[in-house]
Design a protein around this ligand. Structure first.
Ligand SMILES: [Fe+2]
Length: 165
């Protein structure tokens, strides 16, 4: 039988995170590119993983990328698709992206705003049209972006600490 029957976390386990995913304070959204923001939810430095909301308020190609690990997504608002696939992810869709896949994220012109929850392990490797590497992100670059942004907007660099494990 499992020893911890009290329902509380194991003493060695880090505390839970329970936050309003779509924040009331606009400053919590971290700018990623023109018309693109992310809202960090959980930044896991032990596994090299992060959960966030991606918010896009522009259309067209967002990124072409590869991830060597799986990605899980859930569309909260709007619609998007990958140029390489026939399916469309729309409000309420769940998406599993297998390791090693290269795809190009597109937001259609008639979508004013899309918000998608992503659970990403490892890294995002950004590619140009010839599949040359042009950049990458991992949980540490995400944390750095959050710190710099929260410092700039007056929340303080340590605002992100509540989301780091
Ligand atoms: Fe992807």
């Amino acid at each position: 039988m499992y020893a911890n029957m009290t329902g509380s976390a194991h003493p060695l386990a880090p505390p839970e995170i329970a936050v309003k995913a779509i924040p009331e304070d606009e400053r919590v959204w971290v700018p990623q590119a023109e018309g693109v923001w992310f809202r960090p939810l959980m930044l896991n430095t032990l596994v090299g993983q992060w959960c966030n909301l991606l918010r896009v308020r522009r259309s067209g190609v967002l990124s072409r990328h590869l991830h060597p690990n799986p990605v899980h997504g859930y569309v909260i608002k709007g619609r998007w698709h990958y140029r390489e696939h026939d399916w469309v992810a729309e409000t309420g869709s769940y998406v599993f992206e297998p390791p090693g896949e290269i795809h190009t994220l597109l937001v259609p012109e008639d979508v004013e705003e899309m918000i998608t929850f992503f659970n990403i392990t490892g890294s995002m490797v950004y590619l140009d049209e010839d599949n040359a590497h042009i950049g990458y992100e991992d949980v540490f670059t995400k944390i750095d972006m959050c710190r710099a942004h929260y410092q700039r907007v007056g929340l303080g660099a340590d605002y992100v600490d509540q989301l780091i494990r």
